[in-house]
Design a protein around this ligand. Sequence first.
Ligand code: PEP
Ligand code: MN
Length: 331
Amino acid sequence: MFIFFKENISCECIERNIEFVSKFNYINFDFGKEKRGIYLLQDVSKEIIQEKISGIDKIIEINKPYKFVSREFKNEDTVINVGDFKIGGGNFQKIGGPCSFENENIFRNIAATLKNFGVNIIRGGAFKPRTSPYFFQGIGENALKVMRKVADELNVKIVSEIVSIDHIDLFNEYVDIIQVGTRNMQNYELLKHLGKLKKPILLKRGLSATVEEFLLSAEYIVSNGNMNVILCERGIRTFEKMTRNTLDVSVIPLVKKISHLPIIVDPSHASGSYDLVEPLALAGVSAGCDGIMVEVHDEPEKALSDGNQSIKFKRFKEMSCKIDKIREVLF
Ligand code: PEP
Ligand code: MN
């Protein structure tokens, strides 16, 4: 049961309410003035609540497994602020960059070129969760420091993937959006910790996760206090072997219907192939996603990871123009 407080409720009144519910199983939520209140995880009669809790605006039940991320909890689209750049609620971002950060020169060149194409958020993996322990594992901490330096010089934001709870402070310091990869979508301890931060979290769909499981993972972050979650559809595993994964386009309108969180599309990991990236990106855009994230490299054939699905600058630029045209017509 969700008990929403009135906008003008006093701090003393909130404190008294919290004191009363402290004997129950509850979550105290505060997402700004009009979204403050208490979520009671156990049955307490409405009469008792009306009597003991003051400053109530409304009481609602959400009969779905996912609660805080549902449209019932919040009807308006959530807009994520990444510095001055916004994602969601009609704000679209094209995110690009290498799969892995390799070295400063390569990263600066890719970031500067993409910035010239109007990209505000650059991706780059510092810790790489690779299928084989013998594949390139990423440069680690130093990569984040260099990415931060280059991003500040170019006035862009950066997104990078976290693979361990031990790295939370590091990512909180150096990165603008913390990515949770497909393999960690169900690392619930990690999600709980990320819920304690204020930073935007880019949550990728698990490779075999249902939409409900995907939203419940987002729920772990939001119910712990961090509403700044961007969902990312990156393809799921199906029987098809000719693509790396299968892009589930239907998840975009579906998530838009049942959740207020923004959702972006990663056509690179969905397809595994550079020549399929653009059509999948355009499919995602047409379906109403709030952004795309693609792997871009100046020399994909030399990339230390995911070269085959990385596109070159020219392709990125062409794709970007088509995205703008589609959005102009459709949205
Ligand atoms: C990535 O973005 O580099 C990545 C590893 O993605 P995913 O978790 O979707 O495989
Ligand atoms: Mn990759």
